[in-house]
Design a binder for this molecule. Structure first.
Ligand SMILES: Nc1ncnc2c1ncn2[C@@H]1O[C@H](COP(=O)(O)OP(=O)(O)OP(=O)(O)O)[C@@H](O)[C@H]1O
Ligand SMILES: [Mg+2]
Length: 381
């Protein structure tokens, strides 16, 4: 029977085990951090593969008897109470049979920290606990210590993986919340955290700014791109798995057009496969149709990026596209592209960097997302 969990290429889903490639060093690094109890922060541009890597490592360590994992995407959490609730629910759902060992303690514990407690059926493999946190008298330290209690009882270090962690930076009174979390987490003995998120700039602000509570919270891993030779082999293999063929040189071009952005490599490879003739070779024509399809399919997301931009900001993007990556402050450039005054330029720069639309490296600006750049060139130039 055909394996229905297998996909030819992974589009829009975290890479499944069979399609996970490369990242040997990062896998080893993250495994080592988990096994040795090192808090970890994972940073990369969007769609490079943070979630896939964490899932891969959790899967690889799933048989490790001294660890238990909790994974939580906190994108939907709008304030610290949402966060505490989501975190506690995730711990209960995912800590598995270990919860059984602490069940009595937990009930007692909850009845003390929250007045409205309702307990689901005990004795079933699933322990259900529904609760409501009352904001006024909420004892956040007790709530944050739940994983510690569970881990201590079960004898397994608990690794809590928090995806889209930059969301904490958007909470009301965010710095106070960050200080609370850091204050409790750094004293824990049995619980460790792996924090990662898709807004690179916000993550950098939270973890690499000396004045922020999470500065030096743990080992910060900056994820690199998966190299093109790894992708080329993968693409050629997937084509032949699907009964088609692609030359290594064309697979190489898939990597160069997408600059090895993981999600775009998978997408462009799939479109090229789709347009290649049945049982035949991927052609130049299929590739160029695939590039168009790649740009088109990402258009709605790019529209969302530019919609809130002002005309000055759009003009600035145009100047960068035209190669003014360093001399954008010169009067002639400012006049040609209608960028306004010098002080306006530094505002434009900071806002666009803050939105992850542009990047600055040694004062040289770039538009890092290659497909966005192509789309923008087609529209603006
Ligand atoms: N190691 C990998 N092997 C194969 N494909 C991968 C790998 N890592 C990432 N991908 C591809 O890239 C896509 C994006 O990966 P993922 O969602 O893990 O990135 P992310 O960095 O978490 O993204 P975001 O910043 O949006 O949260 C996946 O759907 C998959 O197609
Ligand atoms: Mg992710």
């Amino acid at each position: 029977m055909k394996d229905i969990t297998t996909t030819l290429f992974d589009i829009g889903i975290s890479s499944n085990m069979s399609n996970f490639i490369g990242r040997e060093e990062e896998t080893y690094h993250l495994e080592s951090n988990f096994i040795n109890g090192i808090n970890t922060v994972l940073i990369s541009p969007r769609r490079w593969g943070k979630t896939s890597l964490v899932n891969h490592v959790r899967e690889a360590l799933s048989d490790n008897e001294s660890l238990s994992f909790v994974y939580l995407d906190i994108f939907a959490c709008k304030n610290e109470y949402d966060f505490y609730k989501a975190l506690t629910s995730a711990i209960f759902k995912q800590a598995g049979s270990g919860i059984g060992k602490v069940w009595n303690d937990v009930q007692d514990f909850f009845s003390r920290i929250t007045p409205s407690l309702s307990v689901g059926t005990q004795g079933t493999p699933e322990y259900k606990l529904s609760f409501d946190f009352h904001q006024k008298n909420m004892d956040y330290e007790s709530i944050l210590s739940i994983p510690e209690k569970v881990a201590q009882k079960t004898g397994r270090r608990m690794i809590i993986c928090l995806d889209e962690f930059q969301q904490v930076g958007e909470f009301p009174d965010s710095e106070i919340v960050q200080r609370k979390l850091r204050g409790v987490w750094q004293l824990q003995k049995y619980t460790r955290y792996c924090l990662f998120g898709s807004r690179r700039h916000m993550m950098m602000n939270m973890f690499q700014d000396v004045s922020m509570p999470f500065f030096q919270f743990g080992d910060v891993i900056h994820l690199e791109r998966i190299p093109s030779q790894t992708w080329v082999k993968f693409i050629c293999d997937r084509f032949s798995f699907g009964g088609k063929h692609i030359d290594a040189s064309l697979a190489e071009r898939i990597c160069s057009v997408t600059e090895c952005y993981s999600a775009y490599v998978q997408q462009l490879a799939y479109f090229t496969y789709m347009y290649a003739p049945e049982n035949g070779d991927a052609t130049e024509e299929a590739f160029s149709k695939a590039v168009d399809a790649l740009i088109l399919s990402n258009e709605p997301q790019f529209m969302q990026v530019i919609e809130p931009l002002t005309s000055y900001q759009m003009n600035f993007l145009k100047a960068i596209l035209c190669g003014h990556v360093k001399d954008y402050g010169m009067e002639s450039v400012r006049t040609e592209f209608h960028l306004g005054s010098s002080s306006n330029i530094s505002r434009l720069k900071q806002t666009l960097i803050g939105k992850d639309v542009i990047d600055s490296n040694m004062r040289e600006l770039s538009i890092p997302n290659p497909v966005f750049r192509m789309w923008l060139s087609r529209r603006l130039l």
